[in-house]
Design a binder for this molecule. Structure first.
Ligand code: FSO
Ligand code: SF4
Length: 537
């Protein structure tokens, strides 16, 4: 196996024997083959589009299948076999409708019948099989990982009924690149990667419309970090519809619903918070599930990412849904969470009341813009000197303490906006407020990066300047491919001076890094003191 798609990749270069995430070589090979099969579907879909044939179901299926290869989503070999077979079936049906045929390459790929034989076939699809110039390989991987993130956002939006055929058209174009007979130079691969970022802005806009259109705009909401006496279910991941369906199915059943990880900001949505049994938040970021889950006395449901190998002490009460998979766990299909509910009722639940500390969520674009006048006055009077967007993923590496220390050390006349699971490094810090404006504002999940971008664009409009001229600095942490595509979106928007950590992507070669530094002044994080000094002067 060879996989280098996430930040924790072995030795900072690539996982070659088993994934640091727990991914087995067999699954890694099947993921490579899924991508290869998707490249074949993409070639046919592009031809079909030329003839005016667009099949929304196939478009969405392609995005889902790519999303399932994202880090920490699906570890189940059998599910990948199904994806590969389905992708090829869709490709063949579309080829017949479009009257096209391919005799070589991924569009003619026929999957073997057994998992072992599929594993052997995967060699053609391995990342190491690409012998192009290393900088081109670097950009191809950047594009592929960006597209995995884009596919995730497009799927999240599609689940809520929000789609744009142009988003899927780009996914097909990007997947076909390298197999479409077009010779691209370095600059053209850069252009494709930036187009991926630009398309992602549209996908995130759709997702924002889906979330806020269905569940309302988030409002400032206190979320208890403790618990109360009752049966309980913990929901992890990012998917609001899964959470909503679970809330409906548990109504009046004597079960409280707790969020985990990236589900925390969902407490701010009016259509979700109206359920009285939607109680609080349990635990911190994804990488702490082994430590935290044994203490949760109820059932645990994983939607989207990030799942880690369930430990023996709690694996009988972990359930998956949607694209998440772990071999041997019960997988809930079609929003039927009855198995999760049964397990929660069998479990003891919390046997005492311990409300604990509260944290505030709900500072999406609508809330922040509703106090825009106050924020602008505070900047003009000097009460607010600077904004920091400290966001992105969390992870297990010790270097991620940087983000805790950075936020703790931000001066009292500065405001910290945050989003994604990286916030768990500091989400319960009491930073106080500036004239009633909290100094720590939780914009939401990584899925809400669109909201943060809109806030920056609105501030720039109010100050009649560009986003790069605002007193705003981006200090980002990355882990998986949703973060890769958000970074590409920021670059496509021309955002400069981003600080990125805890380490730079293994798939970026020195020449590609040099390009990013020269054009976008992107830089690795150093120490909180040095970076704060450099930013604030
Ligand atoms: Fe975190 Fe995981 Fe949301 Fe990622 S939970 S690491 S960026 O999946 O998606 O922020
Ligand atoms: Fe390694 Fe990350 Fe790939 Fe898992 S997803 S195999 S940790 S590079």
């Amino acid at each position: 196996m060879f996989c280098n798609q996430c930040e924790q990749t072995a030795k900072g270069t690539g996982c070659t024997t088993i994934g640091v995430c727990g991914k087995q070589p067999e699954v890694s090979a099947l993921q490579d083959l899924t991508v290869y099969a998707l490249r074949g579907l993409a070639l046919v879909a592009l031809e079909a589009r030329k003839k005016g044939i667009v099949d929304p179901a196939i478009d969405h299926y392609g995005a889902k299948a790519l999303f399932t290869t994202l880090t920490n989503v699906n570890f189940d070999p059998a599910r990948f076999q199904t994806y590969i077979n389905e992708i090829v079936k869709h490709r063949q049906a579309l080829a017949v409708r479009a009257g096209v045929s391919f005799s070589t390459g991924p569009a003619s790929f026929q999957p073997a019948a057994t998992l072992d034989a599929l594993g052997a076939q995967a060699e053609i699809a391995a990342l190491t099989a690409d012998k192009s110039d290393p900088d081109i390989v670097s950009l191809k991987q950047t594009l592929l990982y960006g597209m995995k993130g884009l596919a995730a956002y497009a799927d999240h939006a599609a689940v809520l009924g929000q789609t744009d055929p142009e988003v899927f058209a780009f996914l097909f174009k990007g997947l076909a690149a390298g197999y479409d007979g077009v010779q691209r130079d370095l600059g053209q691969w850069v252009e494709l990667a930036l187009e991926c970022g630009k398309t992602n802005l549209r996908a995130m806009e759709l997702l924002d419309a889906g979330n806020t259109g269905t569940y309302g705009h988030p409002v400032p909401t206190q979320v208890p970090l403790g618990h109360r006496k009752n049966k309980c279910i913990l929901v992890s991941g990012h998917d609001l519809r899964d959470l909503h369906e679970l809330l409906k199915q548990t109504e009046g059943k004597g079960i409280d619903i707790y969020t985990h990880g990236e589900m925390l900001p969902t407490h701010g949505y009016p259509e979700l918070k109206k359920y009285p049994h939607f109680y609080g938040h349990f635990g911190t970021a994804w990488q702490n599930q082994h430590k935290e889950f044994p203490a949760f006395p109820g059932a645990i449901l994983f939607t989207t990412n990030c799942i880690q190998k369930p430990q023996d002490s709690y694996k009988d009460r972990v359930f998956t849904t949607g694209l998440v998979g772990w071999p041997g766990l019960v997988h809930c299909e079609n929003y039927d969470f009855s198995a999760v509910i049964r397990k929660a009722l069998e479990m003891p639940g919390f046997t005492d009341d311990a409300p604990g500390k509260n944290v505030m969520v709900g500072f999406g674009r609508n809330t922040v813009m509703s106090v825009a006048g106050q924020v602008i006055d505070a900047v003009k009077s000097g009460a607010i000197r600077h904004f920091f967007l400290v966001g992105g993923c969390d992870g297990a590496k010790p270097g991620r303490n940087y983000y805790t220390e950075f936020v703790e050390k931000t001066p009292k006349d500065t405001v910290v906006l945050t989003l994604a699971c990286g916030k768990f490094r500091f989400f319960d810090k009491e930073l106080g407020d500036i004239g009633g404006i909290p100094r720590l504002l939780d914009v939401g999940q990584c899925n809400d990066a669109y909201s943060a971008i809109q806030i920056a664009v609105a501030l720039a409009g109010a100050f009649e300047c560009g986003v790069n001229d605002l007193p705003l600095s981006l200090v980002l942490s990355w882990y998986e491919q949703k973060a890769v595509v958000i970074l590409l979106t920021l670059l496509a928007l021309g955002i400069k001076d981003i600080r990125l950590g805890p380490s730079l992507p293994a798939f970026i070669t020195p020449n590609v890094l040099n390009f990013l530094v020269q054009n976008y002044n992107i830089k690795p994080i150093t120490t909180p003191d040095e970076d704060l000094k450099a930013i604030l002067g």
